[in-house]
Design a protein around this ligand. Structure first.
Ligand code: OSB
Ligand code: MG
Length: 368
């Protein structure tokens, strides 16, 4: 492949309902869509997962744009790309900025799969034709509202409920959910809202048979999580703390977690995600695919990666309609009985609807 040009588009999409975490509330999703076009005129699509503010990690929409414009796009245009894996090496001298790297790498993976006339899932070695999915539910005004939301999502068929927790919205909330739904697969995500001083509180979650507790401690920690895991029975899952296969190796060695959440953006792309997947498989660590409230392009990449066999637990990849009035792809992502059917068209398998993309685009720029 030789890229002819790369188009960056800045999109703004209103969420159907606000999504609240321990670090903030999302109402409008702002993000960059990357289109990589090769000499033959074939397009590949990638979606950057950074938010408008650096509260999940250090990246933002603006830092993504800067990294893409000033470093990653020039590096991608410069020389032929035989295989998308090469970008992982080509970008390696640039520290972090994983979401920016993943966005263009993802576009090149889609482009490559289209040129190979293969679905991206199959090309990366995924065998599943269907994936099991759960849903992530933000912090609500009160417990009754949360319970009625869960009721609805259970009825829709979602296989696992994940609820956000934070100090003051934790043990009692989980107890109320368990009381009303004794058998659902349930987990909690703290987004780093606790410290080791909260060991006794986190221990109180043990009786509720949670599949896991996600990222209870600091976003850059793997040491305290290892200490915590010795004190709590509930498996700890790391999200924010894992940026690479090296982090994964260290976390496994320390015993910092029993489960890992893989987000393609957070770890710098599909190539790195596969490395993490393979290492976890070797060590018997289950993985699942996290979400960043993605629009259709990012969602399609998540579906493809989830077809790898160590993605044992249902992920956060819910249907388009859970987030958007109108997603940017055709068909939109749909879920039935907790299952998303993996598309078998080449590349990401969904068609980007340019008309809809244009409606959400606030500005764009082409690089040659
Ligand atoms: O920690 O997984 C997270 C949303 C925004 C930022 C961080 C997280 C989340 C979610 C939602 O849990 C996942 C999704 O539905 O895309
Ligand atoms: Mg999380």
């Amino acid at each position: 492949m030789k890229l002819d040009r790369v188009v960056l588009r800045h999109l703004q999409m209103e969420m159907k309902s606000p999504f609240a975490t321990s670090f903030g509330t999302f109402k409008t999703k702002e993000f960059i869509l990357v289109e990589a076009i090769d000499e033959d005129g074939v397009s590949g699509w990638g979606e950057a997962t950074a938010f408008d503010a650096p509260w999940y990690n250090e990246e933002t929409v603006k830092t993504n744009w800067h990294m893409l414009e000033d470093f990653l796009i020039p590096l991608s245009l410069k020389e032929k790309i035989q295989h998308p894996n090469e970008l992982n090496e080509r970008f390696a001298f640039i520290r972090k900025n994983n979401m920016a790297k993943a966005a263009i790498e993802g576009a090149v993976w889609d482009l490559y799969a289209k040129k190979q006339q293969q679905p991206l899932s199959k090309l990366i070695g995924g065998k599943k034709k269907e994936i099991e999915v759960g849903i992530s539910i933000g912090i609500q005004k009160n417990v009754d509202e949360l319970l009625s939301l869960i009721d609805g999502y259970v009825a829709e068929g979602y296989r696992r409920m994940k609820v956000k927790i934070k100090p003051g919205w934790d043990v009692d909330v989980i107890a109320a959910i368990r009381n009303k739904f004794p058998d659902i697969q349930l987990m909690a995500d703290a987004n780093s809202a606790y410290t080791l001083a909260d060991i006794d509180l986190l221990k109180q979650l043990d009786p509720f048979n949670l599949t896991m507790i996600e990222q209870p401690l600091a976003s850059d920690d793997i040491i305290d999580h290892a200490t915590l895991q010795k004190h709590v029975k509930t498996p700890i899952c790391l999200d924010e703390s894992i940026h690479s296969v090296e982090d994964t190796r260290k976390a496994i060695q320390l015993g910092s977690c029993g489960i890992i959440n893989i987000k393609i953006g957070r770890v710098g792309g599909i190539t790195e995600s596969i490395k993490i997947h393979d290492l976890c498989k070797e060590h018997g660590i289950p993985v699942w695919c996290g979400g960043m409230l993605e629009a259709g392009v990012g969602r399609a990449h998540n579906i493809a990666i989830t077809t790898l066999d160590q993605f044992i637990l249902p992920g956060d990849t819910a249907a388009s309609s859970r987030y958007w009035e109108r997603d940017i792809i055709d068909p939109e992502v749909t879920m039935k009985d907790g299952i998303i059917t993996v598309p078998d068209a080449p590349g990401i398998g969904y068609k980007v609807n340019r008309q809809v993309v244009d409606q959400y685009t606030t500005y764009s720029k082409t690089y040659r």
